[in-house]
Design a protein around this ligand. Structure first.
Ligand code: F6P
Length: 361
């Protein structure tokens, strides 16, 4: 009778609860015991909150947002902030304690659900002897090794709906509406929702933009009678010749906030240069909240069930991945070595260009 545990780490993403449900059901149906670790890896340092997951505890959670286990961006056991004797915070490596607790609780495997940060930790714990299976999660879709991670489809749907709604208000006022979307250093959310939502301009980190070119495009449109516009900006987008600002989870948004935000910058520059009235907005965490889309729900359930099959087969230090139409196992080291980015000459960008969308280059 195996005893397995599961945690969710990093920013939340729609579909986490579906993974938890699938892991619990697939494991319980094999007669195993499943335990939920609270708040990423911190629940393996302070183990009193660990919960026994049973079918009744996960019944119907697949359709809900967030994670019943909680999550954190600040739970790296290799660099845990702890107060020293002087009461100042310092970073300490507490990974041995995680390994000890894992063994003391007689766990046979850990299903680690997370993005590149959390799965990097999983990889390192695996090298210290914890049998780990990873499940890739990120709305940004920047995880290597898998065609898509869960959470992305929901984020794109929410962003597209927001863009759709901006059209009528922009048109009523003959305004330029600039909307900033998440994605860290990758432009997948902005690109996919911008094209689906009929944006006029899409700015992504992979294609540095020239504000002059954007203004020329908008003024050409205006001459043709299209007096309003929707500009979609990925939070990590940068002007040509500008420094890459976005570096890590959350940092993209926060750095831009210090600068007033990339959308704010673009909107102000457009107004200054064209005289057009413009407004900016940041869609923010709405892109991560609420129920997963049907696609994400199914993908998460498939990922969770595949993780349990991997444990049964003894395939550790791997993560589940989508290689359509199959779920495959990819070595964690291999997946973590890839930083997935939008292909600037890929089909989706080419489609945008064929539709007349300006990428600012
Ligand atoms: O990685 C997911 C993500 O939502 C990014 O798109 C964004 O930059 C970041 O997390 C926001 O992080 P936080 O929730 O810490 O503000």
């Amino acid at each position: 009778r195996l005893r397995i545990c599961i945690n969710t780490g990093g920013g939340d993403a729609p579909g986490l609860n579906a993974v938890i449900e699938a892991v619990t059901m697939a494991a319980c149906n094999r007669g195993w015991d499943v335990y939920g670790i609270k708040c990423g890896y911190t629940g393996l340092l302070n183990t009193e909150d660990i919960i026994h997951l049973t079918p009744d505890k996960v019944d119907g959670i697949a359709s809900t947002g967030g994670t019943i286990l909680g999550t954190t961006n600040k739970g790296n056991p290799f660099m845990m902030p702890v107060p020293n004797a002087a009461g100042e915070m310092e970073q300490r490596d507490l990974s041995d304690r995680v390994v000890e607790n894992f063994r003391r609780l007689r766990f046979d495997a850990l299903v680690a659900v997370g993005g590149d940060g959390s799965l990097e930790i999983a990889h390192r714990l695996s090298q210290k002897g914890i049998p780990v299976v990873g499940v890739p999660k990120t709305i940004d879709n920047d995880m290597g090794g898998t065609v898509i991670s869960f959470g992305f489809d929901t984020a794109v749907s929410i962003a597209t709906e927001a863009i759709d709604r901006l059209h009528s208000t922009a048109k009523s006022h003959d305004r330029i509406m600039v909307v900033e979307l998440m994605g860290r250093n990758a432009g997948f959310i902005a690109l996919n929702s911008g094209i689906s939502g009929n944006a006029d301009v899409i700015l992504i980190p992979e294609i540095p933009f020239d504000i002059e070119k954007i203004c020329d495009h908008l003024m050409d449109n205006e001459l043709r009678g299209h007096r309003y516009a929707i500009v979609v900006v990925a939070e990590g987008a940068v002007p040509k010749g500008g420094d890459v600002i976005a570096k890590g989870s959350g940092e993209a948004g926060r750095q831009h906030l210090l600068l007033g935000g990339v959308a704010d910058y673009v909107a102000k520059e457009i107004s200054r240069r064209t005289g057009k009235d413009s407004r900016s907005l940041v869609l923010g965490h709405l892109q991560r909240g609420g129920s997963p889309s049907t696609f994400d729900r199914l993908l998460s359930l498939r990922f969770g069930a595949a993780a349990v099959r991997a444990i049964e087969a003894g395939t550790f230090n791997h993560m589940v991945a989508l290689r359509s139409p199959d779920i495959v196992m990819v070595p964690l080291g291999e997946a973590l070595g890839v930083q997935k980015r939008v292909l600037v000459d890929g089909d989706t960008v080419l489609t945008g260009r064929d539709l007349g969308i300006c990428f600012g280059d």
